[in-house]
Design a binder for this molecule. Structure first.
Ligand code: GLA
Length: 395
């Protein structure tokens, strides 16, 4: 009734139609409809870095072979069916100069067939291709960047190649250029008409926190964003990321939701820095943080135990929960045990009991009340790693 009245002289039915049209238009302007759950896939950087020495190291250098190989593994080893669909190129893919028309071009020696051919192959395997750019004069690795005046041209280039995701880094640009360039790229990607998931590194370059970072704006223009520093292949690095995200969860947690996610960076499971238990911990923590699951490991040689962690179905189901609510740390015990909780659809919840102790396995006792669960009901509990089930009620 109110809506119809506000529409002035129009008959009530028109008033409603107008209200709907306004709502639809607004939704289209803000969302590209992508990444309704956190993106899953593989990203080259942490494991393969800027290794461009294809003569000495043809298996591991940044070349089309690496991406053809990984696409085959994603398609053939059960990853794709579980949702790991994106295969993402990171830095150091391009030639050191743009071509005569000012276009970004791949390094001709390392990507002789070009990015379009790689995208076609990736698509033929039921996967999607991501690429890397940098808003600035150079990428972090020193390759040609996308200055603000090149944003539209580069968006067109990526779309023509058939790219499905863009990570736009922020080395070598000023705060003002970033404030102009990141929203401009969102518009330019939309204008190509190709659905391209947009990953922004903008907040990571501005300290990750308000007032410098506006999470309301970010959620409107980016599908995911890096908030913090780069992950490295160590447990210390994982912990520093978890600590930062937990310390600032009041700001970060509400910013996430379907179509827009905080990105604590890649999964390093399968590499050299984490023990088995630490690998399980990273997987659980990223799952409850509703983080994108972007593996950066060699899928050609991954161990069965690392693969099992990354392919845990229930874990993935939790990460991909349709409500898209990011979890929070709800308990921090003095004796180095922490509890994380993520609300899920169908009145379920995911809990992590996370021991940071370094002495021995620890028996942790808690209560429904302490975890904020009503105790007048029966709970079915399932251990995501062991599969074990049990029922609990107040005793
Ligand atoms: C920055 C990013 C990394 C990676 C490198 C590439 O450090 O944060 O994720 O893309 O650049 O040079």
């Amino acid at each position: 009734m109110r809506r119809a009245a506000r529409a002035g002289g129009l008959p009530p039915a028109w008033g409603l139609a107008l209200a709907w049209a306004l709502i639809l238009a607004r939704a289209q302007a803000l969302e590209n409809g992508l990444a309704r759950t956190p993106p899953m896939g593989w990203l080259a950087w942490e494991r393969f870095r800027c290794n461009i020495d294809c003569e000495a190291d043809p298996q591991n250098c940044i070349s089309e072979k690496l991406f053809f190989d990984m696409a085959d593994r994603l398609a053939e080893d059960g990853w794709r069916e579980l949702g790991y669909k994106y295969i993402n190129i990171d830095d150091c893919w391009s030639a050191k100069q743009r071509d005569g028309a000012g276009q970004l071009v791949p390094d001709p020696k390392r990507f002789p067939r070009g990015i379009k051919a790689l995208a076609d192959y990736v698509h033929s395997r039921g996967l999607k291709l991501g690429i890397y750019g940098d808003l600035g004069t150079l990428t972090c690795g020193g390759y040609p960047g996308t200055t603000v005046d090149c944003v539209e041209q580069d968006a067109q280039t990526f779309a023509q190649w058939g790219v499905d995701m863009l990570k736009l880094d922020g080395c070598y640009s000023s705060e003002e250029e970033q404030a102009e360039g990141y929203p401009k790229m969102a518009k330019a990607l939309n204008a190509t008409g190709r659905p391209i998931v947009y990953s922004c590194s903008w907040p990571a370059y501005q300290g990750g926190l308000p007032p410098k970072v506006n999470y309301t704006l970010l959620a409107e223009i980016c599908n995911l964003w890096r908030n913090y520093g780069d992950i490295e292949d160590s447990w210390d690095s994982v912990l520093s990321i978890v600590d930062w995200f937990s310390a600032h969860q009041d700001v970060l947690q509400p910013a996430a939701g379907p179509g827009h996610w905080n990105d604590p960076d890649m999964l390093i499971i399968g590499n050299f820095g984490l023990s088995y238990e630490q690998s399980r911990s990273q997987m659980a923590l990223w799952t409850v943080m509703a983080a994108p699951l972007l593996m950066s490991t060699d899928l050609r040689t991954i161990s069965p135990s690392a693969k099992e962690i990354l392919q845990n179905r229930l874990m993935i189901q939790i990460n991909q929960d349709p409500l898209g609510i990011q979890g929070r740390r709800i308990v921090k015990e003095k004796f180095h045990v922490e509890v994380f909780l993520r609300p899920l659809s169908q009145a379920a919840s995911a809990l992590i009991f996370f021991s940071r102790r370094t002495d021995m396995p620890f028996r942790y006792t808690t209560s429904l009340a302490k975890l904020n669960f009503p105790d007048n009901t029966v709970y079915e509990v399932q251990d995501v790693y062991s599969g074990g089930r049990s029922f609990h009620r107040k005793t």
